[in-house]
Design a protein. Structure first.
Length: 257
């Protein structure tokens, strides 16, 4: 796959030269966003390359562009596409979408029956995931493998995750369930929303529309609200807030997640 002289392909042992650059970019990106990310060592990235569980993007002259890798959990019942990162100079070129599609295809090939999930704070990643067939879910629908959740310890928001008993945090959980896709193919009507539209000829037509896809302005407002509630709660616990917790916000947060 190529995009303006950018090649997106399976990472190999020959790409270990980029491991330190990748981990540094992950850390810097997390700091710039002011959120958090589970830290990974260069050795861990190299291991993923050796296992054939990573996708890398490079230019035709060998400049590193982007990266993403696969993790399998709970006896390969769940798969996470993790660590998506694009070099600052190549962002907004569409390469992130190419990487996500490639790692998604690799995940489906290696683990055809596994549920594929991700945790992210980025709206752009949520949109890409939605286009691939992911849906927002609660944390309870993700893997319960303790090793996965240990990876969150290096995140700046780990205290929120602990305080919420692992039911909520700043990240949004999204899941692709191959079993549900098969059910939708066999019985499409119960799983889609039908929308009546008027064609240019003035005729009524029933159009199937995904429930989540396209609602990103509303979803972005919800994400800001969610972050406000969780950070406000953290500040209160740290003695930075005043007064009693806002009951309305607590109720809304409960219903959102």
């Amino acid at each position: 796959m190529e995009n303006n002289n950018i090649i997106v392909r399976l990472a190999t042992a020959d790409d270990k030269q980029y491991a330190t650059t990748i981990t540094q970019e992950m850390e810097e990106s997390a700091k710039a966003r002011g959120t958090g990310i589970a830290q990974r060592s260069p050795e861990y990235i190299e291991k993923k390359m050796d296992e054939g569980k990573a996708v890398i993007a490079v230019t035709t002259d060998g400049t590193w562009v982007g990266f993403c890798y696969i993790e399998a959990w709970q006896h390969e019942k769940y798969v996470a596409n993790s660590g998506l990162i694009v070099s600052l100079q190549f962002r907004k070129t569409g390469v992130a979408t190419d990487i996500k599609r490639k790692i998604f295809e690799l995940s489906r090939k290696k683990y055809p029956e596994a549920k594929i999930f991700g945790l992210t704070t980025g709206l752009a990643v949520m949109k890409i995931n939605s286009d691939l067939g992911y849906e927002p879910v609660t944390y309870s629908e993700l893997t319960n493998d303790e090793e996965f959740w240990k990876g969150c310890r290096s995140c700046v928001n780990f205290e929120i995750l602990q305080r919420k008993n692992r039911t909520n945090c700043m990240c949004t959980a999204m899941l692709f369930d191959p079993a549900e896709v098969k059910m939708q193919a066999a019985q499409p009507l119960p799983f889609v929303k039908l929308q009546t539209v008027v064609t240019p000829a003035g005729k009524l037509k029933r159009k199937r529309r995904r429930r989540f896809k396209g609602n990103f302005k509303l979803f972005e407002r919800w994400m800001r609200f969610k972050q406000h509630v969780l950070l406000r709660s953290r500040n209160k616990n740290n003695g930075l807030g005043n007064g009693e917790p806002n009951k309305r916000n607590s109720i809304l947060s409960f219903f959102f997640w």
